[in-house]
Design a protein around this ligand. Structure first.
Ligand SMILES: Nc1ncnc2c1ncn2[C@@H]1O[C@H](COP(=O)(O)OP(=O)(O)OP(=O)(O)O)[C@@H](O)[C@H]1O
Ligand SMILES: [Mg+2]
Ligand SMILES: [Zn+2]
Length: 438
């Protein structure tokens, strides 16, 4: 149901994908690698809606039944960048037809020149630029519209967005879905299935047969405190970081919209907490409490035991933190603008600052096929990779939005918890411990 049949063209030698077409007679036009004209080959695939964000829609790729796909010599222990390509290991990521989203080709050159030099390849979710024939884009949009009709009775919430059918290119991104969930979904025909497996939190995945693994998708946002704190707010009054301040504000707006008075958002974690240096054996401290609070929020499993929490702590500390630290350092380096500069001139938001905003909006996937109880064993393979590193285009609207949001956070006292203080003073934010009122 709601699958789109298509063909993916490979270079027969490198097995690198070149183009996705709707029929086998739609031969690849132009070339990405010079060799595609010499010897390329089409494999039938099916595309199924998987998930979407504000700017992109992701489709799962499955080999058409009974068709031989390129040999697989990659396992979880060898997820590094490789020329070998197996369609089922990748997703098709296409951007929506909203204004101010850069074309796939521009995104690709931004990625290769600005992002790739900052990280090791094994820290990034692989992405490959591929031509996507217009007929495929149109067919996928037709499916999206059909899905919207069906979902009115189903529970899938979409805003009716469609992909840009004029771009002509898209990305193949390594599928970082939970391993077991993904296996379970294979062979089912439910277009809406994949949705449930996505959240922003840890899941113990699986059970049954091959044991269980761990999977986590996290959007850390700002890992640095606001540059506007300096000079605008007295240091000892700061009680929230940028991420906690903005979450608290959003939570208040949601409450007001629902005409409820509910206090702060309880599901968020303070990203700075994930960078705290605490050990399991340390005695109680406020820092340790913040750290554990963040781990528990990530963990979401209400039945998590103390051992589970310890294993998660280890996983975050040893596998996620090195990546978070890199992102934090780059955010710091590239945040070259503060509110005063934005007020003076929006064009002070330089290319560097846009890069910091890209790094603010990334997602990190962490996954292993090993069960939580065994993750601390030697040689366990855990993959921690960064995704969603898209270029930001500066428009007047966006510049104003960023500036005005920051202005509100400063002026309404969200960094000082002036607004939330009367509702709930027990903030999850690491910076709240620094307050003399605590
Ligand atoms: N490589 C991947 N493997 C598995 N799932 C993915 C992958 N990339 C994205 N997803 C899923 O699709 C969702 C949307 O993807 P993505 O974040 O790339 O879209 P976006 O429009 O850029 O989102 P945002 O609005 O947060 O910027 C993600 O939250 C995630 O659940
Ligand atoms: Mg994005
Ligand atoms: Zn915080």
């Amino acid at each position: 149901m709601l699958k789109t049949s298509a063909f993916i063209w490979f270079d027969r030698e490198t097995l690198l994908p070149q183009q996705i077409t709707l029929t086998e007679t739609d031969k690849p036009s132009g070339s990405i690698t010079p060799s595609d004209k010499i010897d390329s080959h089409a494999y039938p695939i099916q595309l199924t809606y998987l998930a979407e964000g504000n700017a992109n829609i992701l489709f799962r790729i499955t080999s058409a039944p009974n068709h031989q796909t390129p040999a697989r010599n990659q396992s979880l222990t060898d997820l590094d960048h490789s020329l070998e390509f197996r369609p089922d290991d990748f997703l098709l990521r296409l951007h929506k037809n909203k204004p101010f989203i850069a074309s796939a080709k521009d995104q690709f050159s931004f990625y290769e020149t600005k992002i790739v030099p900052l990280f090791d390849r094994f820290e990034l979710v692989d992405r490959l630029l591929v031509r996507v024939n217009r007929h495929v884009l149109l067919a996928l949009n037709e499916r999206l519209v059909q899905m919207d009709v069906l979902s009115r009775t189903g529970g899938l919430k979409r805003d009716g967005d469609v992909i840009d059918d004029k771009d002509g290119y898209g990305f193949l991104v390594r599928d970082m879905s939970p391993l077991r969930k993904r296996d379970l979904h294979e062979g089912t025909n439910e277009a809406l299935n994949g949705i449930e497996s996505y959240g922003s939190s840890i899941q113990k995945v699986g059970g049954g047969g091959g044991g269980e693994g761990v999977w986590l998708e996290i959007k850390p946002k700002w890992l640095i405190s606001s540059p506007d704190i300096d000079g605008l707010i007295e240091k000892d009054k700061i009680r929230q970081c940028q991420t906690c301040a903005s979450r608290a504000r959003k939570s208040r707006i949601n409450c007001e919209n629902k005409e409820e008075r509910g206090g702060r958002e309880t599901h968020g974690f303070c990203p700075l907490a994930l960078l705290l240096n605490v050990n399991d054996d340390d005695p109680w401290s406020e820092e340790k409490e913040k750290w554990l609070a963040a781990i528990k929020i990530l963990f979401k499993d209400k039945n998590a035991t103390e051992d589970d929490i310890r294993a998660m702590s280890w996983l975050v500390k040893s596998k996620l933190r090195p990546v978070l630290e890199k992102i934090r350092n780059y955010q710091k380096k590239f945040t070259t603008v503060n509110l005063q500069m934005m007020n003076a001139d929006l064009s002070n938001m330089t290319e560097e600052y846009l890069l910091a905003r890209t790094l603010r909006d990334c997602a990190i996937f962490l996954r292993t096929s090993t069960s939580l109880s065994d993750v601390k064993s030697e040689n366990v393979n855990v993959d921690a990779r960064i995704a969603d590193l898209d270029a930001k285009m500066l428009t007047v609207e966006k510049g104003k939005y960023w500036r005005d949001t920051e202005k509100i956070l400063v002026n309404e006292g969200w960094y000082e918890c002036r607004e939330t203080g009367n509702l709930d003073t027990d903030s999850v934010c690491v910076l709240s411990s620094h307050s003399p009122t605590q």
